[in-house]
Design a protein around this ligand. Structure first.
Ligand code: SAH
Length: 349
């Protein structure tokens, strides 16, 4: 048993079964034994690799998108350039490099990073220097200026709850104890009008990401008032059902209860529910491959390969990983949230 599994078993012994959200929140963010606060999970020596770690081209396209949307909004200044869950700071470093020559962009931008992990905050400071302001939550972000927000593989790390349809009722998936070990079970059958709207058949499992919805709603309120844009890149579906909770350790999937606290846990993002929570804003949605291709990642790869021919094979491989349907091109999606009445943003056909 991992130290976190022991701590969870103790909690369940004392106060009864816990829901999936409680399990995820403790496994990922417990200050003492949680996954994120105790390590750098990224890269070959870690547990998983993300798009910004695959190639600088990803952050360059995101930077280009942000600058284009900022220009379309009339170059507001000052504004807050915000990243949620910046990992090693790679995406933001590439965004800043790609936008360095956009007149007025760096001058107007104040850098704000929402990050709970002390380990990753250190990595971000090493990469980006002392200029960012760090936040534990979105609550302390500026509310008096436009926010241009990006989040890559952040929302999948937020706690979800799971419910199984049982006739006219719903039973919540919970974690209890069996012979002293963590084991899955179901709570009592109860009515739930919010879940009824999902139209799931009897026996189907449905996921609710309340933390994600609250973050989308909070950011949307500010952006609707002061301007800006929100760009969310992650894996998931517009309107998915089914159990998507998964654990990954050392680049391989494993059972969710195998190593709580020592494995990454994620769930697919339900983009429709984020878009609804951000109701004052208009939503645009595309697969990652189509988005990056529309922004010119193919041309960028070709230009880089001409400049450094020895890198041509690696660039072609990175382009394939980021955009091909069999790789990250269709499982990963992009949701843009902008003030209503804004013309369609670049990257969305
Ligand atoms: N965006 C980066 C890292 C993705 S990993 C990349 O694409 O490489 C998820 C990131 O979100 C990590 O930086 C992690 O520490 C952070 N994170 C996870 N849960 C969080 C929470 N509840 N609040 C703030 N940051 C969180």
């Amino acid at each position: 048993m991992t130290p976190l599994a022991r701590a969870l078993a103790e909690e369940i012994r004392l106060s009864g079964p816990i829901d999936v959200a409680r399990f995820m929140a403790r496994a990922l963010n417990d200050p003492e034994h949680g996954y994120y606060p105790t390590r750098d999970p990224l890269g070959a020596a870690g547990d998983f690799t993300t798009a910004p770690e695959i190639s600088q081209m990803f952050g360059e396209m995101v930077g280009l998108w942000l600058a284009t949307v900022w220009e379309g909004a009339g170059r507001p200044s000052p504004f807050a350039l915000v990243e949620l869950g910046p990992g090693r700071g790679t995406l933001m470093a590439d965004i800043l490099r790609a936008t360095a020559r956009v007149p007025g962009f760096h001058h107007g931008a104040g850098l704000h990073l929402v990050e709970t992990s002390p380990t990753l905050r250190r990595a971000q400071a090493a990469r980006l220097g002392p200029t960012p302001t760090w936040h534990e939550t979105i609550e302390t972000l500026p509310s008096d200026r436009p926010l241009f927000v990006v989040a890559n593989e952040f929302f999948d790390a937020l706690p979800i709850r799971q419910f199984v349809r049982d006739g006219q009722h719903w039973r919540e998936r919970r974690l209890g104890l069996s012979d002293g070990a963590l084991s899955w079970g179901l709570g009592p059958a109860e009515p739930n009008p919010e879940l009824d709207r999902r139209g799931a058949p009897d026996g189907a499992l449905v996921e609710i990401g309340r933390a994600a919805q609250l973050i989308a709603a909070g950011l949307a309120t500010t952006v609707a008032g002061t301007g800006g844009a929100i760009l969310i890149l992650d894996y998931g579906a517009w309107d998915g059902t089914g159990d998507t909770l998964q654990a990954v350790r050392a680049h391989a999937p494993e059972p969710v209860l195998a190593h709580p606290g020592d494995a990454d846990l994620t769930a697919h993002v339900g983009f429709r529910w984020l878009a609804e929570a951000a109701e004052p804003l208009a939503a645009q949605f595309a697969p990652q491959g189509a988005f990056l291709t529309a922004l010119g990642i193919g041309e960028r790869a070709a230009a880089l390969a001409r400049h450094t021919p020895s890198e041509a094979t690696a660039l072609a491989h990175a382009l394939e990983r980021l955009t091909a349907p069999a790789e990250m091109g269709t499982l990963f999606k992009v949701l843009a949230l902008l003030p209503k009445g804004t013309p369609p943003a670049a990257g969305f056909a």
